[in-house]
Design a protein around this ligand. Structure first.
Ligand SMILES: Cc1cc2nc3c(=O)[nH]c(=O)nc-3n(C[C@H](O)[C@H](O)[C@H](O)COP(=O)(O)O)c2cc1C
Length: 219
């Protein structure tokens, strides 16, 4: 399937931009199944984002320990995840809905995200798009709860989102996504993520500057 080749996207704002590098997008997914539809949706998003001009990296959560405070804080997978989080300017989280919620694996990845590393806040002010796949009819439990987590990580979660119902019907054998309104929605979401990232990444310091923290630092 290479309909991507014929697609064109307009994601760069018209005003003058300070940063010239490609938006850095980290994609996380919440399932280790061999044919995981949340991972396939994440990979489709990655291809679309690259076509839109982003630099895309994935984190493979296979082997990531369950959050246990300092015990596994130096584990290679934890360090890899933290490095990618610091590198990223935007993120996509793609989880299956399991028992009306995101998967434990998705939550574990967020549990390992540090709110601060010294003076750096690795997630604060970065943009986030949330996506879910379901086996049943369309539902929004996982994306709603990921929005809540995005707030906790002080991220700018974009308004649009993707929820793929009966995900097992939506992908070709080769793992690419069928040309349906579910895929159109993913393109919309990625377009919005790129636009928000272009507009906000240059204003990071202004956007995350807080009265209460200024006050504490001046004491
Ligand atoms: C334990 C379990 C719980 C599930 N709960 C839900 C659910 O609450 N709602 C739903 O629509 N699908 C549910 N499903 C179906 C999954 O969302 C679906 O199989 C999905 O494709 C799994 O994600 P993956 O393909 O990325 O592994 C559940 C599946 C399992 C195994």
């Amino acid at each position: 399937m290479n309909y991507l080749e014929s697609e064109t996207f307009e994601v760069i704002p018209t005003q003058t931009l300070k940063y010239e590098h490609r938006p850095r997008v980290l994609i996380l997914y919440g399932s280790l199944r061999d044919r995981s539809f949340s991972r396939l949706a994440a990979e489709e998003s990655g291809r679309i984002l690259e076509k839109m001009g982003a630099e895309v990296k994935f984190f493979n959560p296979d082997g990531l320990p369950i959050y246990d405070g300092s015990r596994s804080a130096e584990h290679a997978k934890v360090l890899e995840l933290r490095e990618l989080i610091i590198w990223s300017e935007a993120q996509v989280w793609s989880s299956p809905e399991l028992h009306g919620n995101m998967s434990g694996l998705m939550k574990t990845q967020v549990d390992w995200m540090p709110l601060s590393v010294g003076a750096i806040r690795p997630t604060q002010g970065k943009t986030l798009a949330v996506m879910q796949v379901s086996g049943g009819s369309q539902s929004f439990n996982a994306v709603n709860n990921m929005r809540l987590l995005g707030r906790w990580m002080r991220m700018l979660t974009i308004p649009n989102q993707s929820s793929i119902a009966k995900a097992y019907q939506e992908f070709h054998e080769d793992g690419t996504m069928k040309d349906t309104s579910f895929r159109d929605r993913i393109v919309d979401v990625m377009e919005e993520l790129m636009r928000f990232t272009y507009l906000t990444r240059e204003q990071g310091e202004f956007l995350v500057d807080r009265y209460s923290e200024r006050r504490k630092n001046n004491k």
